[in-house]
Design a protein around this ligand. Structure first.
Ligand SMILES: [Zn+2]
Length: 451
């Protein structure tokens, strides 16, 4: 079945009602297909957002017991040593220590002694253009859900015909930008408030689970978009260069993509103004301009403190995508100001975390210091470098992203009732976050991913 809907209630627009009805019909069908779901209250609440594709489900009666692993549940609790996790079909139905859990006689046992079992990884920021081969590569490395913030739906036609298994794909539709736009083939250029609103409803009817604002869209449209998205129960996130982060947050956005989006709000105002003038004249000026701006930022200034307070008060989610900006001082390819700027970006993310901003893991697909398909794991390492503990980074990569996706009733932790999206590692990532690279097996929707 093709799950292709979003969940809306109480919106006066016909489109949202129509989508809503489609949703409940689909829930009914899912419930029929998986009788277990009917026993789990609130599982498909109207605010639970879903992917646009439907991963393969186990064939026939599938009962799997993963036995002996250390379980990191994604919620930040003390790991369970020598655990047993039972998976019935595509659901986790029991979790506990070997002493507590009775393994059903007909279960297929997967021996995971000495290994670490954790929820599948969720990537808040990945771009793809009909590339199922790449999506399969990252699935094999543990990413079981991704969001592509800003690519049009047509870049994901591969979900219907691709020959490889792919993660759950949460899509947003083209990003909403202002004239003259930046990436015209990815963008929807907003003409007026009514048009902005209509785009949100249109995207939702196509399965959008979030709205991405791009950096040339003027601030005056933010509230219009946020209100339309709120009516449809989907979050709004932005990539900023010309609008200051605190203004965008006050306008009601839920998330900020890229640490660099904070630059103009926390830099010296004159430097920020110069940066904006340059970017307004030529969008491409942002690339080096960001490093120039960040190389001179004083992180001890009162501005930084104020902006972080506003961010925390509004329960902002930040997907820093550090990997994409990484420049190391011992790398001859990196200029001095770039390396200095990157150091400040790292430090700022640590400060944001301390201030209470929710940090989530987004790979942004690639980076200088990430081999093909490893950008996500590099991002986890950089988040540890910025000051998060490995346990916190695992939460950033699982439950916090599940909440950012508004899908935490389905994914993001190892708990009874959740979908069986799992990752088994050969070594403990709490000892060293680089152990995230030591992949043993990946399960998507109760099905082992083929190596
Ligand atoms: Zn992006």
């Amino acid at each position: 079945m093709h799950i292709h809907f979003a969940r809306i209630k109480g919106n006066s627009r016909g489109i949202c009602q129509q989508v809503c009805i489609t949703f409940f019909i689909s829930v009914f069908m899912v419930t029929m297909k998986h009788p277990l779901t009917s026993q789990i209250p609130g599982l498909y609440s109207p605010t639970t957002l879903t992917e646009v594709n439907s991963p393969q489900s186990p064939l026939g009666d599938s009962l799997i017991a993963i036995v002996g692993a250390r379980v990191i549940d994604g919620l930040g609790g003390v790991p369970i040593e020598d655990a047993v996790v039972i998976i019935d079909g595509n659901r986790i139905v029991n979790v506990g220590t070997r002493d507590e859990i009775k393994i059903p006689a007909n279960a297929i046992i997967h021996n995971a002694v000495g290994k670490t079992l954790m929820p599948g990884l969720i990537d808040s920021h990945l771009h793809s253009v009909n590339n199922d081969e790449f999506l399969n590569v990252i699935l094999k490395k543990g990413t079981t859900s991704l969001r592509d913030p800003g690519h049009p739906f047509r870049f994901y036609q591969v979900l219907d015909f691709g020959k490889y298994a792919m993660p759950r794909a949460f899509l947003t539709g083209s990003h909403l930008d202002g004239y003259p736009g930046v990436y015209k083939d990815h963008a929807m250029l907003v003409k007026n408030h009514g048009h902005a609103r209509q785009q949100v409803y249109d995207y939702v009817s196509k399965g959008s689970s979030g709205i991405k604002i791009y950096f040339r869209l003027p601030l005056e449209y933010y509230t219009t978009i946020v209100k339309a998205a709120e009516a449809c129960h989907i979050p709004v996130f932005a990539h900023l260069e010309l609008v200051d982060a605190d203004d965008a947050i006050r306008a009601g956005i839920n998330g900020i993509e890229h640490v660099t989006s904070f630059g103009t709000a926390i830099a010296d105002p004159t430097a920020a103004m110069e940066f904006k003038n340059n970017v307004r004249a030529h969008s491409s000026a942002r690339s080096d301009g960001r490093y120039q701006l960040w190389s001179k930022i004083d992180l001890q200034s009162e501005r930084v403190n104020e902006v972080l307070q506003v961010s925390a008060e509004h329960q902002l989610v930040l997907s820093p995508t550090l990997t994409t900006f990484e420049r190391q001082s011992d790398d001859p390819r990196a200029k001095e100001h770039e390396a200095k700027a990157f150091k400040n970006m790292l430090e700022f993310v640590g400060m944001a975390h301390k201030a209470g901003v929710k940090i989530v893991t987004g790979s942004h697909t690639s980076g200088w210091y990430a081999d093909y398909g490893w950008a996500y794991q590099r991002e986890m390492e950089l988040l540890v470098e910025s000051g998060l503990t490995p346990m916190e980074v695992i939460q950033s990569s699982t439950i916090l992203n599940a909440r950012y996706f508004r899908s935490e009733s389905r994914i993001g932790s190892i708990e009874v009732g959740k979908l069986a999206d799992l990752l088994i590692l050969d070594a403990n990532p709490l000892d060293d976050i680089s152990n995230m690279r030591k992949i043993s097996r990946v399960m998507l929707n109760g099905v082992w991913v083929e190596d």
